[in-house]
Design a protein. Structure first.
Length: 361
């Protein structure tokens, strides 16, 4: 019994920090930044430096630098040779992009980060949206509804103007990024399913065909107006919101950070939460989503701590029951010991008094 009590006590004390962390996570369930900060606290400091060295060894200097940002936030001691090696790797990485950039710009190949960046730069002009809108309109009904919708949004946002990545609005940057990622099959399948379900029935094919016809005549004003009217207002706003959120990530994190974000996004709400995390953590964002892989995912991040809380509450009840049983057992043992040690109080024998005889008159 004593061993059971000691084991329960040790288990309860060991689980207490985890219980407190689970409570903190649940309390900030709908604040992605606060949740991420709490979960980051549980990541060992030595793991951050180990991950930085591993990223550098794998040739991803940008990711290694992101880990060093987290290390600096924790005021960890970073070896000078590692810091210098990471800085050199980033410079070399930029120079090594040239071949992939050319392939992406000329052929639209987005299979590598550099190719994706070049394809994005090309798509930020009206040329990319014009080509995609005309191609998808000609392919109807075997069209890709997501590409068609994003091309319509992109054309409505830029018209015939030519913009750069730096000058593009978050909405346009995000719309082009989503479109290229869709063509390169880089979007999460569930995200594509959710967006296609919302767009189905909301896209006005007649307006798309009108825009495509106007583009063939080089009438960009009419094409832009028809493209803007091709989507239901509510659905258009939702798709634009997703484009803006992705544009916010893209502007801060670059191509690699954007691609890694797209791989995580399974629904629009998670994209919004990841955009907030990106803005808060800045250059440390890529490292954050590596060490906290559920960042921005509401359901998973609530289920885990809630399950842990339930498990800990069960352990607490078991611990309390063990204590009560131990106390009951202890009281019984003490009572029996006292009863054995103290001699019984001698009982006085009762004297029998004879009854007085009754005389009858």
């Amino acid at each position: 019994m004593l061993l059971a009590f000691v084991a329960a006590l040790a288990s309860g004390l060991e689980s207490l920090p985890q219980a407190l962390m689970a409570v903190r996570v649940v309390r900030v369930a709908f604040d992605p930044v606060a949740q991420t900060r709490i979960e980051l606290e549980a990541v060992p400091s030595e793991q951050i430096l180990v991950n930085a060295r591993q990223a550098f060894a794998e040739g991803d200097g940008e990711l290694a630098a992101s880990y060093l940002v987290l290390a600096d936030q924790r005021t960890l001691t970073v070896p000078d040779d590692l810091r210098q090696a990471v800085a050199d790797a980033i410079a070399f990485d930029v120079a090594d992009f040239s071949g992939d950039v050319w392939a992406g710009f000329v052929h639209g190949e987005a299979t590598t980060p550099a190719g994706f960046a070049a394809a994005l730069a090309l798509d930020l002009t009206a040329i990319g949206d014009v080509k995609d809108l005309v191609v998808q309109a000609a392919a109807y009904p075997d069209h890709d509804i997501l590409i068609m919708s994003l091309a319509s949004i992109g054309l409505a946002l830029t018209g015939a103007s030519v913009v750069s990545v730096g000058a593009a609005t978050p909405a346009k940057l995000g719309a082009s990024t989503l479109k290229i990622a869709r063509k390169a099959r880089l979007l999460h399948p569930r995200f594509v399913t959710v967006m296609a379900r919302e767009l189905r029935g909301a896209l006005k094919i007649g307006k798309v065909e009108e825009a495509a016809t106007a583009l063939r005549r080089l009438d960009f004003t009419t094409a832009r107006r028809a493209a803007a009217e091709s989507l239901d207002g509510t659905v258009l706003a939702r798709l634009q919101d997703s484009a803006v959120d992705l544009g916010r990530v893209g502007r801060r994190q670059g191509v690699r950070g954007t691609l890694e974000t797209l791989a995580l996004v399974d629904e629009p709400v998670r994209l919004r939460r990841l955009a907030a995390i990106s803005e808060q953590f800045g250059s440390g964002y890529r490292a954050v989503i590596r060490v906290v892989p559920d960042a921005g995912r509401v359901a998973a991040r609530l289920v885990k701590p809630l399950f842990r809380l339930t498990e800990l509450l069960g352990s607490a009840l078991l611990w309390l029951l063990t204590i009560l049983l131990f106390l009951r057992r202890s009281v019984l043992v003490i009572a029996r010991a006292i009863a054995t040690a103290v001699p019984p109080y001698p009982r006085r024998r009762r004297r029998i008094v004879p009854a007085t005889p009754i005389t009858l008159m």
